[in-house]
Design a protein around this ligand. Structure first.
Ligand code: F1P
Length: 346
C-alpha cells in the first residue's frame, strides 16, 4: 500500500498522479452526483468515500449495494458518475450493476485490485488499488487500499473544483504519507488485542458502534468478525443504538466502540455511558493519550492521532486484528472461511 501510495501522491509537488483518471478528472470534479456501488467490504469502502467526497468536494454521493441496484429501476442519467469498487474485479453483482448504469449513459469509474479483470475492462476510467493478492478470502488490505484510492480521488476532485483549500490539500497528502507508519504502530498493539480476543473468544454476539467516518468502519469490523469467526455481529451508527439495539445490551454483550478524539468524541462518550449503565462490556478504540476512556470502559486499544478524514485507514486495523485472533482461537480457518468465495461470480 505504501508503494502504491508513493506512486500516486507527490506531496512535495502538491499534485496527485492518478493516471487512470487524468482524462476524466474534470468530469468527476464537475459531476452533480456520484453513485458508488460495491458488495461486502467494497460497499463499506464506498460508505467511507461518501463522507470524504461530500466533505471535501461537496458532491452529493449515494452508496448502493451492487447486489440490489438492478432490482429497483435506479435513476441514472446520461453523464452521471458511477464508481464501482471491487477487490477481485469479478463480482457478478457489481458487473451487472455496471452494465445497467452504462446502458443508461453513466460514466463508470473503477476501483479494482486486479488488472485485466472483468470489472476493470468494463469501466471507462479508474485507478487500480495494487494491494497485491489477498491471501485470505475476507478483504482486509483491499479495504485499506480502496479507501486510500477513493480518498485520493476525492482530493483530486476537490482540488480541481476548488472546494478544498491549498493548505488542507497539502496537509492531507502529507498525512497520507504517514499512514503506513501509523498502521505499523497499531500492529505493535497486537499482543494486547490478542489478550482481549482471548477473553471474548466464546461470545455469541457483538455490537460495533462508530460515528461519522468511523460508522462504516464499525460495519466493516462486524463483517470481518462474521466472515471469519462466524460470530453474529452488527454494526450501527453510535447514535442509532438508542433506536432499538440498546435492548440487546447486558453483561453478555461485548460492544466495540470506535471512540477516537474527533468532532463526535463527546457524543460517543455519552453512548458508551449508556452501554455501561446497562452492564455492557465495552472495548473502545481510542486515540493514544486518551486519559478519560480507560477509566470508563473495560478495555481500550490505542491508535495514533490522524486527521478525521484519514481515520478509517487506521481505525479499521485493530478491528481486523480482533476478528483474526478470535477466529484463530475458535479454531477457524481464517484464510478459507466456510461458505465464502474470493470472487462471487454467480
Ligand atoms: C466483495 C466481497 C468481499 C468479501 C468476500 C465476498 O468482493 O463481498 O468484500 O470479503 O470476499 O466478496 P469484491 O467485489 O470486492 O471482490
Amino acid at each position: 500500500i505504501a508503494d502504491s501510495m508513493r506512486g500516486r501522491v507527490k506531496a512535495e509537488e502538491g499534485t496527485l498522479q492518478l493516471g487512470g483518471l487524468r482524462d476524466y478528472l474534470d468530469k468527476l470534479a464537475k459531476s452533480k452526483r456520484i453513485v458508488i456501488i460495491g458488495c461486502g467490504t467494497s460497499w463499506h469502502a464506498g460508505l467511507v468515500a461518501e463522507y470524504i467526497f461530500e466533505e471535501l468536494a461537496r458532491i452529493p454521493v449515494e452508496v448502493e449495494y451492487a447486489s440490489e441496484f438492478r432490482y429497483r429501476n435506479p435513476i441514472i442519467k446520461e453523464g452521471d458518475i458511477v464508481i464501482a469498487i471491487s477487490q477481485s474485479g469479478e463480482t457478478a453483482d457489481t458487473l451487472a450493476a455496471i452494465e445497467l448504469a452504462k446502458s443508461k449513459g453513466a460514466i463508470i469509474f473503477g476501483v479494482c485490485n486486479v488488472v485485466g479483470s472483468s470489472i476493470a475492462r468494463a469501466t471507462h476510467a479508474g485507478a487500480f488499488t495494487h494491494a497485491g493478492p489477498e491471501i485470505g478470502v475476507a478483504s482486509t488490505k483491499a479495504f485499506t487500499a480502496q479507501v486510500t484510492v477513493l480518498t485520493l480521488m476525492a482530493l483530486a476532485a476537490a482540488h480541481r473544483k476548488g472546494t478544498l483549500s491549498e493548505s488542507l490539500f497539502r496537509q492531507l497528502l502529507t498525512e497520507l504519507e504517514s499512514i503506513p507508519a501509523k498502521v505499523e504502530q497499531v500492529l505493535q498493539a497486537a499482543d494486547k488485542i490478542k489478550e482481549i480476543a482471548y477473553i471474548f473468544t466464546y461470545a455469541r454476539n457483538f455490537i460495533y458502534l462508530g460515528r461519522g467516518l468511523n460508522f462504516p468502519v464499525a460495519l466493516e469490523g462486524a463483517l470481518k468478525l462474521k466472515e471469519i469467526s462466524y460470530i453474529h455481529a452488527e454494526g450501527y451508527p453510535a447514535a442509532e443504538m438508542k433506536h432499538g439495539p440498546i435492548a440487546l445490551i447486558d453483561e453478555d454483550m461485548p460492544v466495540v466502540v470506535i471512540a477516537t478524539q474527533d468532532s463526535s468524541y463527546e457524543k460517543v462518550v455519552s453512548n458508551i455511558q449508556e452501554v455501561k449503565a446497562r452492564k455492557g462490556r465495552v472495548i473502545a478504540v481510542v486515540t493514544e493519550g486518551d486519559t478519560h476512556l480507560p477509566g470508563m470502559v473495560d478495555f481500550t486499544i490505542e491508535i495514533p492521532r490522524v486527521h478525521d478524514i484519514l481515520m478509517p485507514l487506521v481505525s479499521v486495523v485493530p478491528l481486523q486484528l480482533l476478528s483474526y485472533y478470535i477466529a484463530v482461537m475458535r479454531g477457524r480457518n481464517v484464510d478459507q472461511p466456510r461458505n465464502l468465495a474470493k470472487s462471487v461470480t454467480v
